[in-house]
Design a binder for this molecule. Structure first.
Ligand SMILES: Nc1ncnc2c1ncn2[C@@H]1O[C@H](COP(=O)(O)OP(=O)(O)OP(=O)(O)O)[C@@H](O)[C@H]1O
Ligand SMILES: [Mg+2]
Length: 243
């Protein structure tokens, strides 16, 4: 099982105006939230951590049962246990069931197991009974729950969520937060969430990472981040003065 993720001095440059440059460490049993203004590099960092995109330089190290894997991008065993739920879910024009089954089929799970696992995941997110609906006909709250079911059905060792409640109303936001909390309680695995919602960061996370212009400016326990952030920028961000 993946029990730790470490990135050392990674850099990623898209253009002359933006460069991601940071280090990061996540250990099993904790929830991390990444906050920061638009364009600060949160999604870029998440794509690198979740092995979707490699950095230009630096190291991404996954630890599997304590043993370090230096090039996780090339390690299919690791890649299969890492899931990123992007902000826009990208659901397929298929049934809810098929959307959830897709990741299991990719991982060559046998058919007799797929049915049970899909139904269990749909139950976890409160979509049981909707398995034969077309995914594109779901409300945005349901679609986001489906995106979560697609991720959870894989039984990932690390779950990355990019703004999982963006554009949802308070009720649907709470449903998603409850699903995340419950999964955390049950599995104790690593969860990394990008969010603009500071209440969510407070409610769900153990560690808050604050990013600004491609850098991690602060990484603190949730209590100290919200009581007394150590940087002026983070203080201003909490007060809504930096967007
Ligand atoms: N694939 C890409 N190609 C070119 N530039 C990119 C790409 N992805 C991100 N960028 C640029 O990198 C910078 C950081 O973007 P990123 O999406 O990581 O920020 P973010 O913190 O997630 O912002 P937001 O809160 O708006 O989602 C931005 O200037 C963005 O335009
Ligand atoms: Mg983003």
């Amino acid at each position: 099982m993946i029990d730790r993720l470490e990135v050392l001095d990674i850099r990623k440059q898209y253009n002359s105006r933006f460069e991601l440059a940071c280090s990061f460490d996540a250990t099993k049993g904790a929830v991390y939230t990444i906050a920061g203004p638009n364009g600060s590099g949160k999604s870029t960092l998440l794509r690198i951590l979740s092995l979707i995109e490699p950095p230009d330089s630096g190291k991404v190290i996954y630890y599997n049962d304590g043993a370090s894997m230096l090039n996780p991008y090339k390690n299919i065993v690791i890649r299969r246990k890492v899931v990123l739920v992007p902000t826009r879910a990208g659901l397929f024009n298929e049934t809810v069931f098929n959307n959830v089954a897709y990741g299991l089929k990719l991982r060559r799970t046998i058919n007799s197991v797929i049915g049970d696992r899909v139904m269990e995941a749909l139950k976890e997110v409160g979509l049981a009974g909707k398995e034969y609906r077309n995914a594109l006909e779901l409300s945005s709250g349901e679609a986001q729950r489906l995106a979560l079911a697609r991720a959870l059905v894989i039984d990932p060792d690390i779950l990355f969520l990019d703004e999982p409640t963006a554009s949802l109303d308070p009720d649907n936001t709470r449903v998603i937060e409850d699903i995340i909390s419950e999964w955390r309680r049950k599995t104790n695995k690593i969860i990394v969430i990008v969010t603009h919602n500071l209440h969510q960061a407070k409610a769900l996370s153990d560690i808050v990472i604050f990013m600004y212009k491609g850098k991690i400016i602060e990484s603190s326990s949730v209590d100290s981040f919200f009581k007394k952030p150590s940087t002026k920028l983070a203080q201003k961000f909490i007060c809504g003065e930096v967007y």
